[in-house]
Design a protein around this ligand. Structure first.
Ligand code: AMP
Ligand code: GLY
Length: 425
């Protein structure tokens, strides 16, 4: 079969790599893909937001199954368009993608489903939002309702900061349309985890829990990034808790969507806060996490294509997911300056040597390649060096040994990926 992967980042490289290794798959096309993804797929120059162009590509190339990486094309109705054309596609339609595209919608679904989440209010009016902030008291969190490229969440230590965040979104329009309404919510304490499930509209199959590292610096210090690393499993979510999350969070959410006429066939990623063993939902995403996807794909033994087809065809109940390695760790290597402004075009050495280590895959998040084979940086997050092993200690050691092979001017990365898993042992 022929599979189309939509996207161009490290997550999509991991998805294309896993899918390309499937005995049932003859070829993988990536749109637009990247120089890194071109190692495992044929890249087609169609942008992720060009829904018409992607549908045409899928039709003309005879694609049997399309897998969508990022949220934007899902929110823009890619799945609705593909389904209307009779094309098989994995992901929620635009109605389902509102779980990520509108925090107010997500919170309402959680309340309707009886799922634990932070107490909140939704506002379009500055004074009402500020009054509610005073009811909650500091610390508290102010969130732009819509998609804001991961920057729409402000954790406020005091009411003054909250007042400013509310005004910047509702009055100054710093997030444009996305900030025309805000969610103001209670600050939750605990340990975060990512819980990713595949849904067929009714049943769900949970993948192994994972954790990412959002802060740029060791010890979770410094500004937030798109994610500086990730690992799976996350020991904070043991088997019993994973079962509880599936039955008290994921399944009721899918059932509530169903009650609203939303046939949710895609990835449901719950960002959780776990305190004293009790999980609450911070957010939903409608796609795989980046970089959580990278360690998950390295660990997954089951065919991803079988799992995804099960979702698309409407039957994943009873599918058991099998895992290869006991643990996998992804260390993101970033360009100097990231998450602020950074240079592009810097030559990278050592990628091949790094990838030659046992259990190691180097996923490309932002690179280009010259005609002579030289790799160059082309993004803030550049590479995700990912290692699988029997234990998290060995996976960490393998990943960092491989990282040491790779050099470029200004490269930086965290040296403590998976510290929470290691310190629990
Ligand atoms: P979100 O995009 O909603 O996941 O928010 C991004 C990050 O902000 C989360 O990963 C948390 O670290 C933090 N965050 C969001 N909401 C809360 C909350 N209610 N309490 C504490 N931290 C939060
Ligand atoms: N790693 C966080 C995300 O993908 O949203």
């Amino acid at each position: 079969m022929k599979v189309l992967v939509v996207g161009s980042g490290g997550r999509e490289h991991a998805l294309a790599w896993k899918i390309a290794s499937d005995p049932r798959v003859d070829s993988v096309i990536a749109a637009p893909g990247s120089a890194g993804i071109a190692q495992v797929a044929a890249c087609a120059d169609v942008a992720v937001d060009d829904v018409e162009g992607l549908a045409r590509l899928a039709r003309d190339a005879g694609v049997d199954l399309t897998v969508v990486g990022p949220e934007a094309p899902l929110a823009a109705g890619l799945v609705d368009r593909f389904r209307a054309d009779g094309l098989r596609v994995f992901g929620p339609d635009a109605g389902g993608a509102r779980l990520e595209a509108s925090k107010a919608f997500m919170k309402q679904i959680l309340v309707d489903a009886g799922v634990a989440t932070a107490r909140y209010g939704e506002f379009g009016d500055v004074e009402a939002a500020r009054r509610f902030a005073r009811d909650l008291g500091a610390p508290l969190v102010v969130k732009a309702d819509g998609l804001a490229a991961g920057k729409g969440v402000v954790v406020c230590e005091d009411l003054e900061t909250a007042d400013q965040a509310i005004a910047s979104m509702l009055e100054q329009g710093v997030f444009g349309e996305a900030g025309r309404r805000v969610v103001v919510e209670e600050f939750l304490v605990g340990e975060e985890a990512s819980f990713i499930a595949l849904c067929d509209g009714r049943s769900v199959v949970a993948l192994a829990p994972s954790q990412d590292h959002k802060a740029v610096g060791d010890g979770d210090r410094g500004p937030n990034t798109g994610g500086m690393g990730a690992y799976s499993p996350a020991p904070v979510v043991d088997d019993a808790l994973a079962g509880e999350i599936t039955s008290t969070i994921i399944e009721p959410t899918v059932a509530t969507l169903r009650d609203r006429g939303i046939d949710y066939r895609g990835v449901l990623y719950a960002g959780l806060m776990i305190h004293e063993g009790k999980p609450k939902v911070l957010e939903y995403n409608v796609r795989f996490g980046d970089p959580e996807c990278q360690p998950l794909m390295v660990r997954l033994r089951s065919s991803l294509v079988d799992l995804i087809e099960g979702c698309v065809e409407g039957d994943v109940s009873g599918i058991e997911v099998e895992w290869n390695a006991g643990a996998a760790v992804c260390v993101v290597m970033a360009a100097g300056g990231y998450p602020g402004s950074y240079e592009k075009g810097t030559a990278i050495s050592g990628i091949e040597a790094a990838g030659a280590h046992e259990g190691v895959e180097v996923f490309h998040a932002g690179t280009t390649r010259d005609g002579d084979g030289t790799w160059r940086t082309a993004g803030g997050r550049v590479l995700g060096v990912t290692a699988g092993a029997d234990t998290v200690e060995t996976a960490v050691r393998r990943a960092y040994t491989a990282v040491e092979n790779i050099h470029w001017d200004g490269v930086h990365y965290r040296r403590d990926i998976a510290h929470r898993a290691l310190s629990r042992q």
